[in-house]
Write a protein that binds this ligand. Structure first.
Ligand SMILES: [Zn+2]
Length: 466
């Protein structure tokens, strides 16, 4: 073998090794590429809330909490910053936009950058990848989070504009509340006289307006609108007219799996977890965290049958600065004998609460009557005592602090805090990072501490490739 020949053989070997390594990497990437992506999204929820869900589920329902016990234990874990463009505290529009588009934006913006120009959303990336789209929420379907994951608007209040874009985008499944911006005035809220439900029907969609119709739906495209505004909080539900988040998830997965040759992208949101955080409603939040987990279990069960599915569980920001802590029984002494720690007995008090704080506020109106207030508390909050300072504040409709917004709900929330040790620092959003749990192909990409815009960039990469 002469020198030239030796050189050639060495070059060939290097080339073959490089080819093998490249081939390996490509196979690995293909293996990590999910066919289906499901985002289970608890609005207003960070690690503190998921922990609250875990121990209350363990102690009171006697069942594991799938978010923590399956997804966080077995999957990849990440932490996300939540700040919007040029501020620290955020809103659901700015967070969902960043997590959908990969671009940080301003408060109230839907799928547009800080300059107001549209940026590609996660649902649009999914379309590029040939995937079908599903959108589910317990809120109005045109609300900030599902809107920012799919379409564009300069402001989250543009309900009619957002609904029009859904009709053009044609997601395979849309389920939630918010029929108001699908229908013209006087029954609905639209000024342009359009009936967008009829528009969806004309495009071949099955329309479901209650749980029975949802269950009866076939495998074709589906629009389910179960309320004019948002769906009821779980704690207030009596009949089964409105489907649970788990029921909506189950039907959506059935329809999407039957109609998606290239797979699908499904966004599932529980919005009540945020609303109840704003109201400082611990009993309502606890039940909502369980309802969310029931839907996560449906998604995980689907993944067991279709392992090429990536399930991502996350929130957008924390709401209420929730703090499950210890407290004094009263202010007579700081002695440790006068101190209690939130535990099983306190959680059991929560289960006895019969209605959301929103329902109490609705019943009392903005000029509460003392006798009506006492009666509502006695009947619906067994074991709780409304201290005179709190009672006066409700009757005078005085806020507890400048970072509180709901005189009746936040003050009753403080009554519950004082006896359970479950306190709240605000009625707004806090800056606690949110947790991401991912399980399935591509999950490793969400590992570590990152910006919520990085989450959006990774998500789009996973969605756009066929
Ligand atoms: Zn909120």
């Amino acid at each position: 073998m002469n020198a030239t020949h030796r050189h050639f053989v060495r070059a060939l070997a290097v080339f073959l090794i490089a080819l093998a390594v490249a081939g390996c990497a490509t196979t690995q990437q293909a293996a990590q590429r999910p066919r289906n992506v499901i985002i289970m999204y608890a609005d207003g929820v960070a690690a503190t809330q998921f922990e609250f869900g875990r121990y209350s589920s363990e102690v009171l329902r006697n069942q594991p909490y799938a978010v923590t016990d399956t997804v966080l234990k077995q999957g990849a874990i990440g932490l996300l910053t939540t700040h919007p463009h040029e501020a620290f505290a955020t809103d659901s529009a700015a967070t969902a936009s960043a997590m959908s588009t990969g671009v940080k934006t301003t408060i109230g913006a839907i799928g547009v950058g800080p300059d107001g120009k549209p940026v590609r959303t996660a649902a649009q990336a999914a379309k590029v990848g040939g995937k079908r789209i599903g959108l589910i929420t317990t809120s109005e379907i045109w609300d900030a989070s599902p809107a920012a994951f799919s379409v564009h608007a300069r402001n989250r209040s543009e309900g009619a504009n957002i609904v029009d874009q859904y009709l053009a985008l044609e997601p395979t499944v849309i389920l939630g509340g918010g029929a108001d911006f699908f229908l013209p005035k006087p029954g609905g809220k639209r000024d342009d006289g359009k009936d967008v439900i009829a528009g969806f029907r004309a495009k071949g969609y099955t329309i479901a307006r209650n749980t029975a119709e949802l269950r009866a739906a076939g495998s074709g495209r589906l629009l389910g609108l179960f309320s004019d505004e948002s769906l009821d909080h779980t704690i207030d539900r009596t009949g089964n007219d409105e489907p649970t988040l788990a029921e909506m998830t189950e039907v959506a997965l059935r329809v999407l799996a039957a109609n998606s040759p290239q797979g699908f992208f499904l966004f599932v949101e529980n919005e009540s977890t945020d609303t109840l955080g704003h109201r400082n409603d611990a009993a309502g939040l606890m039940r909502e965290l369980w309802a969310f987990d029931d839907a996560v279990k449906v998604a995980l069960e689907f993944q067991r049958r279709s392992p090429d599915t990536l399930v991502i569980v996350t929130g957008d920001h924390e709401t209420g600065a929730l703090s499950v802590t210890y407290a004094l029984k009263d202010l007579s002494t700081t002695s440790s004998k006068n101190r209690f720690y939130a535990a099983k007995a306190q959680l059991e008090m929560l289960t006895k609460i019969k209605m959301s704080l929103d329902k109490v506020a609705e019943a009392l109106g903005n000029k509460p009557d003392a006798a009506a207030l006492d009666k509502l508390v006695a009947e619906n909050f067994p074991g709780f005592k409304l201290d005179s300072d709190l009672r006066d504040a409700i009757l005078k409709q005085q806020l507890l602090e400048r970072n509180f917004s709901y005189p009746t709900q936040n003050t009753l929330g403080r009554m519950v805090s004082r006896q359970t040790g479950i306190y709240w620092g605000t009625s707004g959003h806090s800056t606690e990072p949110v947790i991401v749990g991912a399980i399935g192909p591509g999950a490793e990409r969400f590992k570590g501490y990152m910006d919520n815009a990085d989450f959006g960039r990774i998500l789009q990469q996973l969605l756009e490739r066929p």
